[in-house]
Ligand binder design. Sequence first.
Ligand SMILES: [Zn+2]
Ligand SMILES: [Zn+2]
Length: 190
Amino acid sequence: MVGLFEWFFCRKTTLEKRQTSQLFVKDDSDSKARPYSVHDCVFCRSYTSDRGAFHIVWEDADFIAFRDIKPAGQYHVQLIPKQHITSVRDLTIKDVDLVRRMKQIGNEILDQFQVPSTHRKMGFHIPPFNSIHHLHLHVQALPYVSLLRRIGYPVVGGFGPFDKGFSWFVEVGQTTRILERGARVGVFPS
Ligand SMILES: [Zn+2]
Ligand SMILES: [Zn+2]
């Protein structure tokens, strides 16, 4: 069970060189990749076999949101599509509506918690700097609990033709703008 909860947040400790391909996931006990199944993905299990282990705050047919087990801020929710998408790197211009919908749901959740707009932050980790290989939007209420937690979610503004600078986190609005012009999200400026 501890292993399961360790997955819940993206930390540097999980950043060991784990170059999993889209079709393979790994667990902590086995260093060998094996074919993907829904049961390998802790986030897919949030709306299937392990529902009871999650504190679900929002759900519809296509999305589910639950509290992060180790919140980085006053509120910290993980919002995911029920469709298994590996990461933000897999998104293309066809996914602009999906990202827009996630932003909208994220705001509804933060409305529910009465978080002022100035204290909201939402974004995605970019592989290999993500610990869970299922697309998840971090929906957060600031301030962060510590400097150490804050550096996990750096939003770096773009310059010139770029929407974002070098960072391992992309804000949800940046994501939409990058995808809208036909580009993809990566760690380097895009
Ligand atoms: Zn999944
Ligand atoms: Zn993350």
